[in-house]
Design a protein around this ligand. Structure first.
Ligand SMILES: [Zn+2]
Ligand SMILES: [Zn+2]
Length: 306
């Protein structure tokens, strides 16, 4: 082969294929520092690209780096879906550079039922008391939309949502793109208050019945990105904080028949060593309840093509 022979094009990554990237996998608050290098310290944010559209789920601090990547390409429209407006899901937005630039269009979606409307919450964190630049200084075309229909068709993609168990009006999302479905449910306290054996919970168990909507929602997802924030021992002290124990999250994966689970929203107290132990515990519990699926931890910067 001469040096000028072109490389086999099939061996070059086709970046037009649908893919997702996790930009922030930390829950509650950012965690800089050497003990958190492997999973990363940015709060919740995931992007999904494909079919010519760009989707973002949550605007935690991870959205800052995503914004920098978007600047490398010509201005475009992006769809930003917010699960709820706790700090760790909106605090990166003031640092989302495309919002400041003309030519970009940012369509922001959130559920009904927040105390303040979505636009007020977003402009509130840009109040002069908190931040030097205001929403009026953002030169992109910003639009705020309340979630109504589910699913919504956007280009060739379909985005659907379902209420999660979490303080305030909180939803999880599922996007169908390129024939695959990926769910994003970073905050969800499944089986709130339950600390018993995970193998005792079936679909018909009275404790599982209120969660039928979320169970059904996840059933057809190819990949589920969902939390499992507390170890069972920690959960006993954190009931009603809005997050699942590892054991209860494992039960949800079983009842929904999930085959691939990416765990996100890592607790700020869990450094890389603790997370490694927790992942092994997750696999142990999944085996114990007879649902030994593919489970891995999300980390900041992880990209997967469908
Ligand atoms: Zn959160
Ligand atoms: Zn929250």
């Amino acid at each position: 082969m001469s040096p000028s022979t072109p490389a086999d094009p099939s061996l070059v990554l086709d970046t037009a294929r649908p893919h997702f990237t996790l930009w922030g996998t930390r829950g509650s608050t950012p965690t800089p520092g050497a003990r958190f290098l492997r999973a990363g310290g940015n709060t919740s944010c995931m992007s999904v690209e494909g079919g010519g559209e760009h989707f973002i789920f949550d605007a935690g601090t991870g959205i800052r780096e995503l914004g920098l990547e978007l600047l490398a390409a010509p201005p475009r429209r992006v769809h930003l879906f917010i699960t709820h407006t706790h700090w760790d899901h909106i605090q990166g937005f003031p640092f989302f550079a495309p919002a400041y630039l003309p030519g970009f269009e940012v369509v922001i979606y959130g559920a009904e039922g927040f105390g303040k409307d979505l636009k007020s919450v977003f402009s509130g964190q840009l109040d002069r008391e908190y931040f030097p630049v205001q929403m009026e200084d953002m030169q992109s075309r910003l639009q705020f939309r309340q979630l109504t229909a589910s699913p919504m068709s956007i280009g060739s993609a379909k985005v659907s949502w379902e209420f999660a168990q979490h303080p305030g009006a909180t939803v999880g999302y599922k996007i169908e793109i390129g024939g695959k479905k990926i769910a994003w449910v970073p905050d969800n306290e499944f089986l709130q208050g339950y600390t018993g054996p995970p193998e005792e919970i079936t679909r018909r168990h009275p404790l599982a019945l209120p969660y039928a909507g979320m169970i059904d929602f996840l059933t057809d997802a190819d990949i589920v990105v969902h939390e499992a924030q507390y170890t069972p021992a920690e959960y006993e002290k954190k009931i009603r904080w809005g997050h699942s124990s590892v054991a209860n999250a494992c039960v949800l994966m079983k009842l929904a028949g999930v085959r691939r689970w990416v765990v996100t929203h890592h607790d700020p107290m869990h450094d890389d060593t603790i997370l490694e132990t927790k992942l092994n515990l997750t696999r142990q519990i999944l085996a114990q309840i007879g649902h030994p699926i593919h489970v891995s931890h999300g980390y900041d910067g992880r990209t997967e093509f469908f």
